[in-house]
Structures are given as C-alpha cells and as structure tokens.
Design a protein around this ligand. Structure first.
Ligand SMILES: [Zn+2]
Ligand SMILES: [Zn+2]
Length: 256
C-alpha cells in the first residue's frame, strides 16, 4: 500500500463543521470505492489547511479516472462548502501492508480477509495479492460498499475469535460456516463480482478445530458434499477448493 497525504484548502469563508462534514463524506466515498483503505482517518487543521493521511492500493488510486459517481458528487459538495478539491502528495510505500496485484486479468479471484489486514478483500487467485476495487468494473449498485461492510464484519468476528472472547463461538460460526449470514452475504457479493468481471470468484471459509487430522483431510464440500481436497495447498492457505460451489477453505489450523 501507498501512504498519501490529502490537503484541503478553503477558498472562501466557511465553518469548521461544514468542512469537517464535507471532508468526511469524501473520505467515506473514497473508502467505499476502494481508493483509500482503513477505518481511521485523523484530520489535522494546520496553517489554515485540513490535512489527512490515507493508505491507497496504488500511487494513482486517487486519480480522477478512478473516481466513481459518488466520489465525484462528494468532490462537488466540497466546492459547495468553500473547499478546493484535495492536493495529493504521495508519501511513499507503507511497509506493513501488502502490495497490490499487478495489472492483469486473473484466472480466478477470492474474497479473503483477516483482522490484521489493511487491504482490499478481493484477491487474485494466482498471486494472492489484493486487487484494487476501483480497477474492477463498477457493480450494479454503484459501489463496493456492501463488500467493505462485509470485510469489516468478517474482521470483527476474526478479532473476537482470535482473542477468545465470550462471543468466540458465534464469531467462528460466522466466518467458518457456509450457512452463516456473513457467508451468505459474502457468497452473494462474490457471485455479483463474478458476473460483473466474468472471472470465477471464490468465497473463503475459515476452518479451525475438528476431531483429528485424518477427518479434517477428508472433509467434504459443505455445500455440495463433493470431494474438494486439493493435492497441493494453494498459497499455503487453501487446501480445499470446490469449483462448482466457488468455495475455498484451509486444513483446520489446529492440524496445519
Ligand atoms: Zn494477480
Ligand atoms: Zn461444492
């Protein structure tokens, strides 16, 4: 990921409340279009300018060509509130996050996230690198809001189960069971993305626990009961893949 600085300058008298509201709206739309990543975007008032920093999938993420309609509307709203559109400075590559997928058409892709990840939840099946959402054909409803919300919920469940909190079992059900509401939402989004991009798009089911290694290796596809075990693990994460149901999963982390 690339760290960018956005500087907002006012061109006429306005109020801090109006500026704050207009900048927040733009940040939200950029996030839902995958142009910036994360949840916290502190905004600084310095020398009469408003400054915020954000992680972006690529250096050109904030270019006009990547904007969707909602982002452009939010930029118009900035102008209506006396603010120029932001000046963008690329600060450089952020070292903790993954590099985005190179520009190509993947043979397959997968919805995959975890609570430690700060990147797009759509990954290339070949490189396992995050794919910038704005590089995808626009979804029918105009933005990837549902996908970003799904990612946030998945990460919250993952955090709960990693910390072993009281809701651990409910959280595990959500990220690991094909019949959970989170999985159903994710599968529906994956199907929409597949239809849109014409690229097979899989959904990842988290797996932990189980009785023993042997029974885990013999696990069947939870949707069609077919044989989905892979001869070799893909990206050291996926040990199961059902091409009919578009599902992937790992060998239980307890025996992996
Ligand atoms: Zn790739
Ligand atoms: Zn299946």
């Amino acid at each position: 990921m690339i760290l960018a600085k956005l500087t907002f300058e006012c061109f006429e008298d306005t109020t801090i409340t109006a500026v704050e509201r207009a900048i927040s709206s733009l940040i939200t739309e950029l996030k839902y279009n995958g142009q910036i990543i994360g949840n916290e975007f502190p905004c600084l008032l310095k020398d009469g300018h408003f400054v915020t920093q954000a992680l972006c999938p690529t250096e050109d993420a904030l270019s006009y060509v990547n904007n969707n309609k909602a982002v452009n509307n939010a930029i118009s709203a900035l102008n209506d509130n006396g603010i120029l559109q932001p000046k963008i400075d690329i600060l450089g590559q952020e070292i903790h996050s993954d590099m985005s997928d190179p520009d190509h058409t993947p043979a397959w892709q997968v919805l995959y996230t975890s609570f430690v990840q700060t990147c797009s939840p759509l990954r290339c099946g070949e490189h396992f690198a995050p794919i910038p959402l704005y590089s995808q054909p626009a979804l029918a409803n105009g933005c990837y809001k549902q996908l970003i919300n799904w990612q946030q919920d998945w990460q919250a469940c993952d955090q709960l189960q990693m910390n072993g909190r009281s809701a651990e079992f409910e959280a595990l059900h959500e990220i690991g069971d094909v019949n959970s509401s989170l999985a159903k939402r994710g599968q529906a989004i994956a199907a929409k993305i597949e239809e849109n991009a014409d690229i097979p798009t899989y959904y990842y089911l988290y797996r932990v626990g189980g009785i023993n290694l042997k029974s885990e290796q013999q696990r069947r596809c939870p949707q069609c009961d077919g044989d989905w075990a892979l001869k070799e693990s893909i990206h050291q994460v996926f040990d199961f893949k059902c091409d009919d149901c578009r599902l992937v999963s790992n060998l239980s982390w307890d025996y992996n």
